[in-house]
Design a protein around this ligand. Structure first.
Ligand SMILES: Cc1ncc(COP(=O)(O)O)c(C=O)c1O
Length: 381
C-alpha cells in the first residue's frame, strides 16, 4: 500500500512549526502533522488496522539504512537495542571503541552482561583512528567490535566506513554500530560499508517522538545468533526477526509512535534522503562558521565534526550552563554539555527538521547573549 502521508502537494512545514526553537540533540523537534498522527484510537496490534501500517514501515526502513537486510523495530529506547545486539551475538569477548559518553555506555552494557569486554579509548573530542583499531583487532580474539558513529556527547563523527573496513580486513568480528544520532541525518551505507548490526532510535535525526528503536541485521549477524545460548527474551534479535518476517512486532508496540513514524516516513520521502543529508551539512557549516567568528571552540576535532550535532565551548568568562539558561529565557532549548564536558560545553542539535532559517534565529539569539556581560545572564540574576 502506498504511504497516504506521501502527499506531494503538501508542504513539509505548517505554520505551527515556524520557527523551531528546539535544538536538543535528541529528542528532536517533531513536526505538528507527525505529532497529530499519534492521536488515533488504540487498535489491536495484530489486526487489520495496525498490520498494513507495520508492513508499510517495514518496507521503507531498509532504504534509510541503505541495506537489503531486514530492519526490526522494538518498543524501547536505543539502549534496549544496544544491549540486544551484544546479548544476541556475543558469547565471550567484545571490543569497544570509546571516544565519548555513549560509546563508554556500550562498553558498560557489555560488562553488565558479564562479557570479557575490552576498550580502545581516545580522549573525548577525538575520533577513533582506524590504524589503531587494525593493531588491536588483528589478534582475532573479538567476536564483535562496537562503534558509535556520531558521539552525541562531543559532536564527533567517527570514520565509520574506514573503521568497519579494517575490522573486516583483520578479523571476522561483527561490526556493531550505534547510529542513533547520525542515521537519517548523514549517510550510513550499511551494506556497502559491511556493517552487521546498525542501531538507531526514533527521536533523533528521524524526528519522531521517542519510544521506538531499530536495528538492521546482516546475514552474518543472524548466523551468529544461533550459536549464542542466552540471548534473553526482550533482547533476542532472533525472536524480533522471526516476528518481523511474520509481519509484526515481538510484543505490544507503542502504537502512537508507529503512527507518527508512518507519517514521518512520508515526509522523509518527500524531502528525499540526499537533500536531507545536504541540509544537515549546510547546518553544520553555518554553525561552525558562526562559532569561529564569535570565539566559540568546537569540542570535536577538525575534520570529524558531525552534521547533526555540535558541542561548543563557551567563550571566556562564561560558564556553559549559564549560556544555556540565558538562551532558555529567550525561548531556545539547547543541549547542556554531557558527562565530562558538562561544565565546559553546550550542544546544538541541528538534526531532524531544523531548517537554516531556524538556525539563523538561534544564532541571532546567541549573538545577542554573547555580547552581554556574563553577570547579566538569567541564571545569575
Ligand atoms: C549516540 C547515542 N547512543 C545511545 C543513546 C541512548 O539512546 P536512548 O536514550 O534512546 O536509549 C543516545 C541518546 O542520546 C545517543 O545519542
Amino acid at each position: 500500500m502506498a504511504n497516504p502521508h506521501l502527499d506531494r502537494s503538501a508542504s513539509l512545514r505548517s505554520a505551527a512549526d515556524d520557527p523551531i526553537r528546539f535544538f536538543l540533540p535528541g529528542p528532536s523537534y517533531v513536526l505538528a502533522r507527525v505529532r497529530e498522527a499519534q492521536t488515533r484510537a488504540t487498535v489491536a496490534h495484530r489486526g487489520p488496522i495496525f498490520n498494513p501500517v507495520y508492513e508499510r514501515i517495514a518496507r521503507q526502513l531498509p532504504s534509510l539504512f541503505a541495506t537489503r537486510s531486514p530492519v526490526v523495530t522494538a518498543t524501547g529506547s536505543a539502549t534496549l537495542m544496544l544491549q540486544a545486539c551484544l546479548q544476541s551475538t556475543v558469547e565471550r569477548r567484545s571490543l569497544h571503541l570509546v571516544n565519548g559518553a555513549f560509546s563508554q555506555r556500550w562498553f558498560e552494557i557489555a560488562r553488565s552482561l558479564g562479557l570479557e569486554a575490552e576498550r580502545l579509548a581516545v580522549p573525548f573530542g577525538q575520533a577513533i583512528d582506524p590504524s589503531q583499531v587494525r593493531e588491536v583487532v588483528r589478534s582475532g580474539r573479538f567476536e564483535a567490535v562496537t562503534v558509535v558513529h556520531c558521539e552525541t556527547s562531543t559532536g564527533v563523527l567517527n570514520p565509520l566506513a574506514d573503521l568497519a573496513r579494517v575490522v573486516r580486513e583483520e578479523s571476522d568480528a561483527l561490526v556493531l554500530v550505534d547510529a542513533v544520532s547520525s542515521l537519517a541525518g548523514t549517510p550510513v551505507a550499511t551494506d556497502e560499508w559491511g556493517l552487521d548490526l546498525v542501531v538507531t532510535a526514533s527521536q533523533k535525526a528521524l524526528a519522531v517522538p521517542p519510544g521506538v528503536s531499530f536495528v538492521s541485521v546482516s546475514e552474518r549477524a543472524e548466523a551468529r545468533m544461533s550459536a549464542v545460548e542466552s540471548r534473553g527474551y526482550y533482547t533476542d534479535l532472533a525472536r524480533y526477526l522471526a516476528k518481523h518476517r511474520g509481519g509484526g512486532t515481538l510484543s505490544t508496540p507503542v502504537e502512537s509512535v508507529y503512527w507518527a513514524l508512518d507519517a514521518q516516513l512520508g515526509h522523509l520521502a518527500l524531502e528525499g534522503l540526499e537533500p536531507r543529508f545536504r541540509r544537515h551539512l549546510r547546518l553544520r557549516q553555518r554553525t561552525l562558521e558562526w562559532a569561529k567568528a564569535h570565539g566559540f571552540e568546537p569540542a570535536a576535532a577538525e575534520g570529524h565534526r558531525s552534521p547533526t550535532v555540535t558541542a561548543l565551548r563557551a567563550p571566556a568568562g562564561w560558564a556553559a550552563p549559564d549560556f544555556v539558561s540565558a538562551l532558555a529565557a529567550e525561548g531556545y532549548t539547547l543541549g547542556p554539555g554531557y558527562a565530562e564536558l558538562a561544565a565546559t560545553t553546550f550542544r546544538i542539535g541541528h538534526m531532524g527538521e531544523i531548517l537554516e532559517r531556524d538556525l539563523e534565529g538561534l544564532l541571532d539569539a546567541m549573538e545577542e547573549i554573547a555580547e552581554r556581560p556574563p553577570s547579566l545572564t538569567s541564571s545569575s540574576l
